[in-house]
Structures are given as C-alpha cells and as structure tokens.
Design a protein around this ligand. Structure first.
Ligand code: 5RP
Length: 224
C-alpha cells in the first residue's frame, strides 16, 4: 500500500469516532484532508465542524460542511488530526503544516483527541522530525538562541524566499537534532520562553486514541 492509501484507510476508520449530531474538531494536513473527504460523505449526520486552519476551513466548506467559530462552540466530543511523530504513550510532534497553534486550541476544547497517521509516524523517541515552534515575529532571533541552547539546531521556516507566515501572522522555528526523552517537560519548558506562541509538542494533552495505517490494516492504540 502507498502512504496515501494508508492515510486514506485511517481517515475512513476515524469516521467511527464521529458522534452524530455534534460539531467535530478537524485538523490540518494531508491525512486530515482525507478525513475531511470522508466526513463530506456523511455530512448529514453532523452539525458541522471547527477548523484548525484556513486551509481546512476551505476544504470543509467545499464539501458543504458548516464551519463554526470556536467561540460559538461550548463542547466538542472529538478532535481528529494527523501527526508528524507519535509515541506509544500518545505524545506527538505536530506542526509540519504550520497549523500547530490552532490545532492545539481546538484540541484543548475537545473531549477526545483521535490521531490518524500512517504507521511510519510511530517512534520510540520524539525529535527526529524537526520540532516546530510558532513565534511572535519580533522575537524569532531571541527565541532561536534559547531553543539552540536546548541542544538542537533552530532554523526559521522559509517559503518562497521569505519567512513563512502562519494563519496567525506569526513565524515558525523548526528545531532539529533534539532527542525528546521527556516530552511533557520539554513542552512546558519551551512554552515558558517569552515570544513563543505555541510549541508543536502535544504531550501534556496528547492523543487519547491513535489509528495507525499499516500493511496489516489499521492498528488502534488507546492511551489512558
Ligand atoms: C499540521 C500538522 C499535521 O497534522 C502533520 O504535519 C501531519 O501531516 P500529514 O497528515 O500531512 O502527514 O500538524 O500542522
């Protein structure tokens, strides 16, 4: 199976976690896009969705799914999103698509985080994938120095020769070369750097369930 076929398989499996008549939190990225396409097929069963990025909002709308402002939503049973890396304990690196801040905000309101990914995303230790950190633009050099002091190499993410701008008007620093043995401690430490908006570690509030696409089928992991 190709990586896309594995992503499609977990996107289909994630439909089992959709609660009828509710608003669904929806992530960002290629796996989330496959999920949105599946959600489009059962859109009459849900009230609508909250999007974690402008790109996701546009794709949801293209399927005729109502997109709600998070401020108008009191509760959300489930948030469904991909990941760049996930451990057997449900801690994740996210933000490869630069949507980490809104992803973390929408996930924080949901009762359950369902991570959907192809099996290659399962790792023993987080850090091989460069850790994304969203930063206030005027602080990027100062924050990069502090991130480098943690032992990694901090680089401003560029697009078309310019710093990539997030949906929030901020920039992303990617930190490579970290070996993140204690993701929760690292998340708290980086959150505490002045100028950081969000770190792409989802450990203090990790996944509740992971659906991983493998050649043998979709593997389900649940985290207490
Ligand atoms: C976007 C994300 C994505 O969930 C992550 O990058 C995985 O993407 P994909 O499903 O394309 O592999 O965090 O900010």
């Amino acid at each position: 199976m190709t990586q896309d076929e594995l992503k499609q398989a977990v996107a289909r499996a994630a439909i089992d976690y959709v609660v009828d008549g509710t608003i669904i939190g929806v992530g960002t990225g290629s796996t989330a896009n496959f999920f949105i396409d599946e959600l489009g097929k059962i859109k009459q069963r849900i009230k609508g969705a909250v999007a974690s990025s402008e790109a996701t909002a546009a794709r949801l709308k293209s399927h005729g799914i109502a997109v709600f402002d998070l401020n108008d939503v009191d509760s959300m049973p489930v948030y469904i999103d991909g990941a760049d890396e996930i451990t057997a304990q449900g801690a994740m690196i996210k933000g490869g698509g630069a949507a980490l801040t809104r992803e973390k905000i929408v996930a924080s309101v949901a009762e359950r985080f369902v991570c959907i990914a192809d099996g290659s995303k399962l790792v023993n230790m987080l850090g091989k994938f460069p850790l994304p950190v969203e930063v206030i633009p005027m602080a990027h050099a100062a924050v990069a120095r502090q991130l480098s002091a943690l032992g990694g190499e901090a680089r401003l993410r560029m697009k078309d020769g310019k710093p990539l701008m997030t949906d929030n008007g901020c920039v992303i620093i990617d930190v490579s070369g970290l070996q993140i043995a204690d993701p929760g401690a690292m998340e708290a430490r980086i959150n505490n750097i002045v100028g950081v908006v969000t770190v792409g570690l989802f450990a203090l509030r990790g996944a509740d369930v992971a659906l991983l696409g493998t050649a043998e089928g979709v593997k389900r992991m649940a985290f207490a």
